[in-house]
Design a protein around this ligand. Structure first.
Ligand SMILES: Cc1cc2nc3c(=O)[nH]c(=O)nc-3n(C[C@H](O)[C@H](O)[C@H](O)COP(=O)(O)O)c2cc1C
Length: 157
């Protein structure tokens, strides 16, 4: 069964709380989920056999939270070998900011530039529209992410 390396970026706890919900949901669906709340250089390589799921908020002016900033630095400065790696991104922002969801979109570009393969289109959650991010996230898990993982799992079997 596939393992999911769940990398979390959060300032005030919304993305952290959502990641806990995601983790429970994925475990219930039969996947092993390894949450990472403080990304350190090399973590992508340490979980090279896992699917990478990023759940991050935006802060500053389109910046990543401090607990995930090392991931963007690594992708820029010392790119890890993630060619072919399956990944997906849940991007929490607020459309009242001009830099709406920009940091998650930057991560997506960096992953694709290095040859990683999205298993699903990025889920963008706008705090202005969704007061409870677990609603769109659970729907995305059930309709998009879990079916894609199941497909991968069957292909690997
Ligand atoms: C100081 C501050 C700066 C923010 N900057 C952005 C931003 O540049 N772009 C964006 O889309 N959302 C921005 N947001 C909105 C947050 O990303 C959004 O509220 C998110 O749900 C917060 O998640 P967290 O509690 O996990 O940090 C900002 C929020 C705060 C408080």
């Amino acid at each position: 069964m596939l393992q999911i390396h769940l990398i979390v970026g959060s300032v005030m706890g919304t993305a952290t709380e959502l990641a806990n919900t995601l983790s429970q949901h994925l475990e219930t669906a039969g996947f092993t989920c390894v949450p990472n709340h403080e990304y350190a250089q090399g973590d992508l390589e340490r979980h090279q056999d896992a699917v990478t799921l990023i759940c991050t908020s935006n802060t500053g002016m389109g910046d990543l939270p401090a607990n995930i900033a090392a991931l963007e630095q690594e992708l820029h400065n010392a790119p890890p070998p993630i060619y072919g790696r399956h990944y997906a991104i849940i991007n929490l922002g607020d459309s009242s900011y001009p830099s709406f969801a920009e940091s998650g979109k930057r991560l997506d570009e960096l992953f694709q530039d290095l040859g990683a393969r999205p298993v699903a289109d990025m889920l963008i959650i706008d705090a202005l529209e969704d007061s409870d991010p677990s609603v769109p996230a659970n729907e995305w898990l059930d309709k998009v992410f879990i079916p894609a993982l199941t497909h991968l799992n069957n292909a690997d079997a």
